[in-house]
Design a protein around this ligand. Structure first.
Ligand code: F0G
Length: 458
């Protein structure tokens, strides 16, 4: 069969408000032209993130009903801990309220002035948590992966040559950790191969450096490994994830992605001494070790979600439906990052709007047009999110000007996605646009969340 069908049927529905273009223009202006500041009620199709936006299954909701909300030693914790220990083979499992809480704890302990972290690409919260400690975060992507349109099976890989050089230049004792993010969110949602992680493991062991796996989309990454890395074609998705996790010293996970839940995170470790330090931080800021920042209900839902996410019917539908959107957009001439990643379609906004200067944020123009024309909310992953100002206030741009359409898990149907394609049909004629936006307010960290903009076109 050629038609892509959702492997579920709908038992409960959530109405969406329909709005028109004049209404959306006003809403966007009131939000300072920053879609993060829109009310979700004013959004028709919300592709801002796949994080915490999953629809839960009947089994997850059923588990929620039997959750144990005890402060200490809750049964729901025991259940979650067992699932995560089995998956990670790590002896120390800490629950956190979301991924960045785990990041704050671990990078707070490993970071500090003079330390350097090396990664394929640091996600924004990862970078912020590292830099907040005074440490540096360096991305080491292969040059060829920065070519938006070149097909590479594992475009999320870290550059092993650059990594070796960086280790020698920086010196192993100054390296806080090497971080591999799967899939590579900041760089197109592209997968990382098992061979790449194995090679990084070998370098870490040789130089005595910790390997951290940020695996919030590890099931999606496993799908690509099974399809594209011959050695694993007969493995189950879960066994592939287990194999990758067996290579890491530390696992950081935002359960809001492949945990198929709305809230939750995990920090898992092998080293007892480091675990003890993390436990102290956890208790001060998140909660006791058997709930972290989570309710028993959250922990039950994650325990079930982490099993469901590896089911082949689900995972195949998931990756195929993301590719469906990307392939349709490519067909109508939209410059999408190729191949399509796991959780999102990324558009090269610099190529779509070649005349808009980077200082005027072409990606911001695209996210604003998508909202105005169709009520579609997306997110800029370019110089608004990753750019910096030098001491004279000039922009140091990001390496790419991307816009992400992230697909919430099990939420939208194919007709919603066809509608998004139609919105792009209407935006195509704007590609001669010459102007974008100017930032009129920005906070010192993670500026994209609360920045406000002035529109430079009419
Ligand atoms: N690491 C990666 C690779 C992520 O994509 C995210 C979140 C985090 C860590 C932090 O997790 O949100 O639970 O605190 N990514 C979301 C996104 C926000 O939209 O891609 P969190």
């Amino acid at each position: 069969m050629k038609v892509l069908t959702e492997p579920f049927r709908i038992k409960m529905v959530e109405p969406i408000k329909m709005t028109d273009e004049p209404y959306r223009k006003m809403a966007l202006q009131n939000a300072g032209f920053n879609p993060f500041l829109l009310s979700s009620d004013d959004v028709f199709i919300d592709l801002m993130t796949d994080s915490g936006t999953s629809a839960m299954s009947q089994n997850q909701w059923a588990a929620i009903m039997i959750a144990d909300e005890s402060y200490a030693g809750a049964k729901s914790w025991t259940r979650l801990e067992k699932v995560v220990k089995d998956l990670t083979s790590m002896p120390f499992i800490l629950p956190t309220h979301q991924g960045r809480a785990a990041e704050r704890i671990i990078y707070g302990l490993l970071g500090g002035k003079g330390k350097v972290f090396l990664a394929n690409s640091h996600f924004d919260t990862t970078r912020a948590n590292i830099e907040f400690t005074g440490a540096r975060a360096i991305d080491l992507m292969p040059e060829e992966s920065l070519d938006s349109f070149k097909y590479l099976p594992f475009k999320g890989n870290i550059d092993l040559d650059k990594l070796e050089i960086a280790i020698l230049e920086i010196g192993a004792p100054n390296i806080g950790a090497i971080i591999i993010t799967v899939t590579n969110n900041s760089s197109g949602g592209q997968p990382v191969s098992m061979a790449n992680v194995k090679a990084v493991r070998a370098l870490c062991s040789k130089h005595g450096i910790l390997l951290i796996l940020d695996g919030c989309r590890i099931a999606e990454n496993s799908y690509f490994i099974k399809q594209r890395e011959a050695e694993y074609s007969q493995w189950s998705y879960k066994d592939i994830a287990k194999e990758m996790l067996s290579l890491a010293d530390i696992f950081v996970m935002s359960a809001k992605k492949d945990g198929l839940v709305n809230m939750g995170g995990l920090l898992c470790l092998r080293n007892e001494e480091l675990n003890q330090k993390c436990v102290n931080q956890l208790i001060i800021s998140e909660g006791f070790t058997t709930y972290g920042g989570l309710s028993g209900r959250d922990m039950e839902a994650i325990a079930v979600g982490l099993e469901e996410v590896f089911e082949s019917d689900y995972l195949e539908y998931r990756i195929r439906s993301t590719a469906y959107l990307g392939e349709k957009l490519k067909e109508i001439g939209i410059p999408v990052i190729w191949p399509i990643g796991g959780h999102a379609v990324y558009i090269d906004a610099k190529k779509l709007f070649p005349k808009i200067p980077i200082e005027q944020f072409p990606g911001q123009r695209l996210v604003c047009e998508l909202y105005t024309v169709g009520g579609v909310r997306s997110v800029e992953l370019g110089s608004v999110m990753f750019g910096k100002n030098d001491s004279s206030g000039s922009l140091i741009p990001a390496s790419q000007e991307l816009v992400r359409l992230a697909i919430p898990r099990r939420v939208y149907t194919q007709s919603h996605i066809d509608y998004v394609v139609e919105v792009f049909e209407n935006i195509k004629e704007l590609t001669t646009a010459e102007k974008g936006f100017k930032i009129i307010y920005e906070p010192p960290f993670l500026r994209h969340f609360t920045a406000r903009f002035e529109k430079l076109y009419s």
